[in-house]
Design a protein around this ligand. Structure first.
Ligand SMILES: Cc1ncc(COP(=O)(O)O)c(C=O)c1O
Length: 440
């Protein structure tokens, strides 16, 4: 594998060539996998390198091939829905730049997220400020930088917007059923359908412009019917908006999608339900622009994390030389680092010992507790693991680590943020046009 130098591309995909960055292949930190090298080979090399240098620092590997394929899966299945990637899910510049090159927009939750994507060359029209509770100064920042689409779900927010961004294009977020989702959001956000008329009348009195409706069915939605019902609810709210005299032409179906093959409901099935509901409630001839705010869908499978076993104890039945009840291992990533989300939702990642030595079926498996590195006893991966005996210095691998990991990391207890390597195959690099345009 090599850092990519100039290559010609043979195939073209729809990319956003208007986006320009100072991130050329020559000075980027992207490793191009060529000569048949795989991502796994890359991980093996990085582990060997660490072992030879006597360091045990954890690392992520971001696989841009996966990001590219995930995007193709989106556009194939939801051709009417333009994705605005939720930056809160993963704010790594290389991820954002790739998505921007592929033509997605961005859902930003704050001034800093807006600032970040603007600094990458994204235009304000490709941003939605999708937070219903915004600090006044952040609304002013959006106004000063030409970002006009923003969500709201309450009257106080309307007052703030009328003071600081009277020309904003407002999108009313409604509360929808999120009971079938892993991460529920609708107790905190979303106006009830009963309050829609009153809110829209208030917006009218304040001479604000409401252009559409948004919702979020919750993170990791396991039931496609939730989308169907939410789209029907949005239609109802649209009708109220039109009656109030607004020109409603924007629908935002939020996030909550999963691209994992082991997820309870497959994206193809969810998409089919969404497409049908859209065709019924918002047919193409209605002229309504439909967007979504996927986060996890795009980012989750893209990152793999390698962490090191830095400590180990056995819990026995108390007698000297007694029976081992469980093995406790301590790794150098945890709740306050990359594992903030997966520590609490163990099903989100598969944690596996990295095969540094042969482990056979006859090797004893221990009930294993995986602790993070900090002094906090909440720093533990919930869930039950059964590992062969692990030794200090050995590695474990975690797949699907790209969502809500880098963005939730802290330096609690002085543990630094985890290093990231980015890899892409030569073919994908060429397909993305990254080699000879100014996209990167
Ligand atoms: C407003 C908003 N949009 C989009 C997302 C992304 O959701 P997901 O990662 O489930 O796709 C979130 C996640 O919290 C959110 O709060």
């Amino acid at each position: 594998m090599s850092k990519m130098d100039k290559r010609t591309h043979s195939e073209s995909v729809t990319t956003n060539a208007s986006v320009t960055h100072d991130f050329s292949p020559e000075n980027s930190d992207i490793d191009i996998l060529d000569n048949g090298k795989t991502v796994r080979d890359f991980i093996d090399d990085k582990i060997k390198e660490r072992v030879s240098k006597d360091t045990e620092d954890p690392f992520y590997v971001a696989n841009l091939d996966r990001l590219y394929l995930i995007h193709l899966r989106w556009v194939t299945n939801l051709p009417r829905v333009r994705p605005f990637f939720a930056v809160k899910c993963n704010n790594t510049p290389v991820v954002l730049k790739t998505l921007s090159a592929l033509g997605t927009g961005f859902d930003c939750a704050s001034k800093n997220e807006i600032d970040l994507v603007l600094s990458l060359g994204v235009t304000p029209d490709d941003i939605i400020y999708a937070h219903t509770i915004k600090p006044l100064s952040h609304i002013k920042y959006a106004e000063a930088h030409g970002v006009s689409r923003m969500t709201f779900d309450n009257e106080e927010e309307l007052l703030k917007v009328s003071l600081s961004h009277p020309n904003a294009k407002l999108i009313l977020r409604i509360a929808v059923d999120d009971s079938k989702s892993i991460i529920r959001l609708n107790t905190k956000f979303g106006a009830s359908l009963d309050s829609v008329a009153q809110l829209l009348e208030r917006a009218k009195k304040l001479e604000l412009d409401v252009i559409g409706i948004s919702f979020h069915v919750g993170g990791g939605c396991t039931d496609s019917v939730a989308f169907m019902q939410a789209i029907a609810d949005a239609r109802h709210a649209f009708d109220i908006g039109n009656l109030c005299g607004f020109k409603m032409n924007f629908l935002d179906i939020g996030g909550g999608f999963s691209s994992r093959k082991d997820f309870k409901v497959q994206f193809e099935e969810v998409s089919e339900v969404i497409n049908k509901a859209l065709d019924e409630c918002f047919p193409p001839e209605s002229g309504v622009m439909v967007i979504a705010e996927p986060g996890q869908f795009y980012a989750e499978p893209v990152f793999t994390l390698a962490a090191n076993v830095i400590g180990k104890t056995f819990v026995t039945d108390g007698k000297q030389g007694g029976e081992i009840k469980k093995m406790m291992i301590y790794i150098n990533e945890g709740l306050y680092g990359a594992l903030g989300l997966v520590a609490m939702h163990p099903g989100l990642t598969n944690v596996e010992p990295y095969p540094q030595r042969t482990v056979t079926n006859s090797d004893k498996r221990h009930t294993t507790v995986i602790w993070g590195p900090t002094c906090d006893c909440a720093d533990v991966l919930l869930g039950t693991y059964h590992f062969p005996e692990m030794h200090i210095g050995e590695w474990i691998l975690m797949e699907n680590m790209g969502a809500y990991s880098v963005t939730l990391s802290t330096e609690f207890n002085g543990f630094e943020r985890t290093q990231l390597y980015t890899v892409v195959s030569a073919d994908t690099w060429c397909n993305l046009h990254l080699s000879n345009t100014n996209i990167f």
